[in-house]
Design a protein around this ligand. Structure first.
Ligand SMILES: [Zn+2]
Length: 483
């Protein structure tokens, strides 16, 4: 029987030596080379068949179509690599496989999108990668649990080419084998060697000006108790631009006494700096030394900003998941807001960061609450959390974003805008849970927040929380099935 599991990515910062950097770069280049090669032969075949069809050739007479799967592309690559990449001995074969597999995935996405069987935005034919594309490669299928980590838990294995002809590699295998990490890997190593987690893939990339290894692990989870409990502490969280988050109650060591969590101040300063660098970069001559220098600085700053954001998100989600049995959050769509406010770059940036962070926040909250037997409830994005009076339920027709205080015309209550929204979100969450409890009475409910998947993909944008949406505050006319 297949045990339920959950995919999780653990990022490990790497601190490679210059010789290791050289090798990592060549691996990334090799992955890119194999990617482009795969895309090229697929494109050639695709274009040829298109041309033949246009010329009126019968479907049965067309050139044979190429199988785009990694299964058939990889042997094809192996048969030509001596010819097209005579240097392949100096690169691990896994790097090439990474490129071919990625290309096969991109081709599959295009194929499915073209056929109309793929959800979401339409996907075009894969584009070729160039030197400016993200540098990364993925290693898959290493089953031995202890394989990745050194004895001292401070180093990650660097896979070396089996039969390198380059004397720089051949001579220094021992020095190249282990990449130092700036973090202790003891916990990760323990989880993996004990079999609690299994490594599915390791992606090594140059991200935000630094090298990192991202371990994609399969975490076996014990399904939480299926009983829906209505008791236990519950919290509503309003996410925003002014404050990172506002909760219905203050949380020690996390928020101020008004239950606000400030947006990290240094983030603002960094965003200012980023906007400035962007402007400077746009004035530089492309390809010039100055351009390259500023680009590198910008890359590092981007990395720092995303690490700062990650740190704050983790702190927020860990505390919320640990302190409350139920966390109610709002589904967000801030893309529209960002478009509206292009004038103020820093605000727009902050919003886009929040937007990008929202799915991450929800993902983190989901697995962290699940770990503790708690849960997340997601309220529909059409729920008018900021316009509703949390005291008497009166709805305001309009509330400008600049108005920071909610004043009710009916009952006269005066509240901080975000606190009011957080309370509404909490109350809506309670209502949804009550609904859920009465709806599932009589049959075995699934866990509310478990994300149990059978495919190894990124967390879907439409997660489990969406099941609430069908039963909740859709605009009135869509409520009829329940009425
Ligand atoms: Zn009121």
């Amino acid at each position: 029987m297949d045990q339920p599991y959950r995919m999780r990515a653990v990022v490990v910062p790497l601190d490679p030596t210059p010789a290791q950097v050289q090798l990592l770069r060549s691996y990334c280049g090799a992955a890119r080379f194999a990617y482009n090669w795969t895309v090229a032969i697929a494109k050639e075949n695709w274009d040829k068949r298109k041309e033949e069809r246009r010329a009126g050739i019968d479907e049965a007479q067309l050139s044979k179509s190429l199988d785009w799967s990694a299964w058939s592309m990889t042997p094809l690559w192996n048969s030509v690599k001596d010819e097209v990449a005579p240097w392949h001995h100096d690169v691990t074969k896994h790097a090439f496989r990474s490129g071919v597999t990625d290309a096969a995935t991109a081709l599959k996405n295009f194929h499915e999108s073209n056929k109309g069987v793929r959800k979401g935005q339409s996907v075009g034919f894969p584009k070729f990668k160039n030197r400016r594309s993200k540098q990364s490669f993925t290693l898959i299928e290493f089953k031995q649990p202890g394989y990745w980590f050194s004895e001292d838990s401070r180093h990650v294995r660097l896979i070396l080419p089996l039969s390198a002809t380059d004397p720089r590699i051949a001579r220094r295998r021992e020095q190249l084998r282990w990449i130092h990490s700036t973090e202790s890997l003891r916990r990760l190593k323990k989880k993996i060697t004990s079999g609690e987690w299994t490594v599915q893939a390791v992606t090594i990339s140059f991200t935000g000006g630094h090298w990192q290894a991202s371990f994609l692990v399969r975490q076996y989870v014990v399904p939480a108790s299926s009983a829906i409990r209505m008791r236990g502490p519950i919290v509503g969280v309003d996410l925003g631009v002014k404050h990172l988050a506002t909760m219905t109650v203050p949380v020690k060591d996390l928020s101020d006494e008004h239950a606000h969590i400030e947006n990290p101040r240094h983030l603002d300063a960094e965003l200012d700096r980023l906007a400035k660098l962007d402007r400077r970069l746009s004035r530089c001559q492309k390809g010039s030394k100055n351009h390259a220098k500023i680009r590198k600085r910008r890359q590092r700053l981007h990395g720092r900003i995303s690490r700062t954001r990650d740190l704050h998100l983790h702190r927020l989600t860990t505390t919320l998941a640990g302190s409350f049995e139920t966390v109610v959050i709002e589904d967000l769509n801030l893309v529209g807001m960002v478009k509206k406010s292009k004038k103020n770059t820093v605000t727009a940036l902050r919003r886009s960061i929040l937007d990008a962070g929202f799915y991450e926040l929800r993902r983190q909250l989901t697995y962290k609450t699940e770990d503790r037997g708690h849960r997340v409830v997601v309220v529909n994005r059409f729920y008018p959390s900021s316009k509703l009076c949390s005291h008497c339920g009166e709805t305001k027709a309009k509330l400008a974003i600049s108005v920071r205080v909610f004043e009710c015309n009916k009952c006269g209550i005066t509240l901080d805008r975000d606190v009011n929204a957080a309370r509404n979100i909490r109350d809506e969450g309670i209502r949804l849970l009550a609904n859920e409890a009465s709806n599932v009475a009589g049959h075995q409910p699934e866990t509310l927040n478990a994300v149990l998947r059978d495919r190894e993909t990124e967390p879907p944008r439409r997660g489990r929380g969406d099941r609430y949406q069908s039963r909740t505050t859709q605009p009135k006319r869509e409520l009829s099935p329940l009425a």
